[in-house]
Design a protein around this ligand. Structure first.
Ligand code: FMN
Length: 210
């Protein structure tokens, strides 16, 4: 199956079971929808670790995402939940896929320029995209989305091997209609599952399973 095809519920579930997924959340209004994405991933048997920028915590609490993922949530680069290794290295090594949803215009800019001064960009910077996919789900006002600087950054991110999912068209929180809405959680879940269909968790690097 290809990424563009609709996958049935059973194949999504079997694709996600036993996968380690990092979910990055940045400071966009669509962050509330990420709770549904995290819950669905967990329900399908994926292990989910949530990482959040400071701005993201203004939109949805780490506690909500901790409860839904059943794991501690990373909210800062100086926080050491795991002591054996710097967290940005250990998390990056063991994940099978990372997705940032929503991904703000600012986060797109930081990633396009290789900046690592927040926990989401730092952890993503330590993921080898040749082996581990990183999906970005941009979410912003339509004018922000179409800004030349943003479009340059999106093109650069694609060229650098990030996969851009969406954005969708439609109603926006700023009471406008246009491109820039984050894709719905079910669409994001399918995009994640599509990366795993045809491979088993056991076939991924054993060193990731700790
Ligand atoms: C109410 C409100 C809603 C916002 N929604 C968005 C949004 O949907 N997309 C976006 O790119 N920025 C949005 N922003 C701006 C970001 O929160 C801001 O650029 C922030 O610095 C992003 O930080 P981060 O990328 O580190 O999470 C919003 C700001 C506010 C105050």
């Amino acid at each position: 199956m290809t990424n563009g095809e609709k996958n049935d519920a059973a194949s999504v579930a079997s694709a996600l079971k036993g996968r380690e997924v990092v979910v990055g959340v940045t400071g966009g209004i669509a962050a509330y929808k990420t709770a549904t994405l995290v819950s669905r991933l967990v329900q399908q048997g994926a292990g989910v670790t949530v990482i959040m920028t400071d701005a993201a915590t203004k939109f949805i609490t780490p506690l909500t995402l901790q409860a839904l993922s059943g794991r501690p949530v990373y909210t800062g680069i100086w926080q050491h939940i795991e002591s054996q290794d710097p967290q940005h290295i250990s998390l990056a090594r063991r994940c099978d896929l990372a997705i940032v949803a929503p991904c703000t215009m600012d986060c797109c800019a930081r990633l396009a320029h290789g900046q690592t001064n927040d926990v989401v960009c730092l952890i993503l910077s330590a993921i080898d995209r040749r082996q581990t996919p990183i999906l970005l789900a941009p979410s912003m006002n339509e004018v922000m989305w179409t800004q030349p600087a943003n479009q340059r950054n999106i093109n650069q991110l694609r060229e650098d091997g990030f996969e851009i999912v969406g954005p969708a068209q439609g109603w926006q929180a700023c009471r406008a209609v246009g491109p820039g809405r984050m894709e719905e959680p079910e669409v994001l879940l399918e995009a994640v599952a599509a990366k795993f269909i045809g491979s088993s968790p056991a076939s991924s690097d054993a060193s990731k399973r700790r």
